[in-house]
Write a protein of this length. Structure first.
Length: 446
């Protein structure tokens, strides 16, 4: 909000963090992994520094895209959402992401959303229009303070959709009247469903109160989502500050475009894990500052995998039986802390760990005891969520598994089902489960 670095001081004895979660209508991609790795490190570092944290991350489990995907699959919308939430949570475990304390889902919070919307109408900040409810943007004189947008410019560029009855083109929906064939809930304004922005305000308010210490998300959420959250949350609470510190991570770019499902240029988290492993993906993400854009390339990801391997080797090598290593462990600790205290400079923190690993390897070659230095390497790597003990060599089997799946699909096309079933059975014996779905055959380790 202030566009400058500020010393972090929590408002109480607990750091309240809210992070915008996924809309579960498709497979999560490496852009999602980047964001949640970053906010996992934020939480890990705060806890490492002695803070008690309460972390809330939502699921937007009702959305136009979920409804469209459900219709295309012939499934209920909540089944589609549940499928992709389950997949996402499995991938977060594989990425060693610390689970949020609370994962509210928008569809489970309808009473709070309705209560907040009704209160905003009562206060004059919102109005009904033909079954919809809109927020009066001009009722907040400081609207645009996060993004720097001007309301008059927004009005000039806004487009009113057919059927919308807004007082001002810049106003945004809090409640959407029901449309034929869409899921809906009863409300004082008729059947409908919540708008996107009010969901996060309701969930953050219910579980963390009127003022958050930290609100996180990608830079693409600054406007309109976070700007609208501020307006409706502060109007509802009587102008109590909504967020004390905003943290927005940069985009993961693919050929200079943001990686996104809508552009179709995604690399899924599962694909990334299978090829580079959790530590490799983390090293790739953390070599860049969290606010900077990060460019996807196979070379950069391979570099992250190799970097993680160097740390793992230094952390697991047996030491000698000579004198203790002359590694300045406290100096390395201070370097790491100084880097992380400087706006979470994970690139500099990783550089300290690589130098520590180099000293460990040198001391080991000299036959010295390296347990103390290795202990520090494990401790500080853990702050970054690096495990240093993944069996990433097993990831090298991925191309061969893909080849066997391709062979099985060819056998099925040729109606040689017995041979196709033998391929599946032998993979199952090796701990590989195949899942046939509308997007083709995928595999996972059982």
């Amino acid at each position: 909000m202030t566009r400058r670095l500020e010393e972090f001081t929590p408002s109480g004895d607990e750091v309240k963090i809210y992070v915008c979660g996924i809309t579960p209508y498709d497979h999560s991609h490496l852009g999602h992994a980047m964001s949640y790795i970053i906010f996992d490190v934020v939480r890990r570092y705060l806890e490492f520094r002695g803070h008690r944290v309460k972390h809330v991350q939502n699921y937007t489990d009702i959305d136009d895209r979920i409804i469209m995907r459900a219709n295309s699959l012939g499934q209920p919308f909540d089944q589609v959402a549940a499928t992709y939430i389950e997949e996402y949570e499995q991938e977060m475990r594989q990425l060693n992401i610390t689970p949020a304390h609370i994962f509210p889902r928008a569809t489970h919070e309808i009473p709070t959303i309705i209560e907040m919307t009704a209160r905003l109408i009562e206060k004059g900040n919102a109005y009904q229009a033909n079954g919809d409810v809109y927020f009066r943007v001009r009722s907040k004189s400081d609207y645009g303070k996060l993004s720097g947008r001007d309301v008059d410019e927004l009005k000039a560029g806004a487009r009113v959709e057919p059927g919308e009855q807004k007082e001002d083109p810049a106003d945004f929906a809090l409640w959407k009247g029901a449309k034929p064939g869409e899921p809906s809930w009863d409300s004082p304004w008729g059947n409908g469903r919540p708008g996107w922005h009010i969901e996060c305000s309701a969930m953050s308010y219910r579980y963390l109160g009127a003022t958050l210490d930290i609100h996180g998300g990608g830079q693409d959420l600054i406007f309109p989502h976070h700007e609208n959250e501020i307006a409706q949350s502060e109007a509802y609470s009587g102008e109590q500050p909504f967020v004390r510190y905003w943290l927005h991570n940069g985009w993961l770019t693919f050929a200079e475009e943001k990686m996104s499902k809508s552009l179709g240029n995604i690399i899924t988290i599962r694909e990334g894990l299978e090829k580079y492993g959790s530590d490799g993906l983390r090293a790739f993400v953390l070599t860049s500052h969290y606010r900077a854009p990060l460019s996807y390339s196979e070379e950069a990801l391979e570099s992250g995998k190799r970097a993680a391997g160097r740390l793992r080797l230094a952390a697991t090598l047996p030491g000698g039986d000579g004198p203790p290593a002359d590694v300045p462990v406290e100096t390395y600790r201070e370097r790491f802390l100084a880097a992380m205290d400087d706006d979470l400079n994970t690139a500099a923190a990783l550089a300290a760990l690589f130098d520590l690993a180099r000293d460990i390897n040198r001391s080991r070659d000299e036959g010295r005891r390296i347990e103390e230095a290795q202990s520090l390497l494990h401790e500080l790597s853990g702050v970054l969520g690096l495990t240093l003990h993944e069996t990433e060599d097993a990831m090298g089997a991925a191309p061969f598994i893909d080849l066997l799946i391709e062979l099985r699909n060819d056998l099925r096309d040729a109606k040689q089902f017995e041979l196709a079933d033998r391929v599946r059975s032998r993979l199952a014996e090796a701990g590989i489960t195949l899942e046939d779905g509308p997007d083709g055959t995928r595999w996972r380790r059982a």
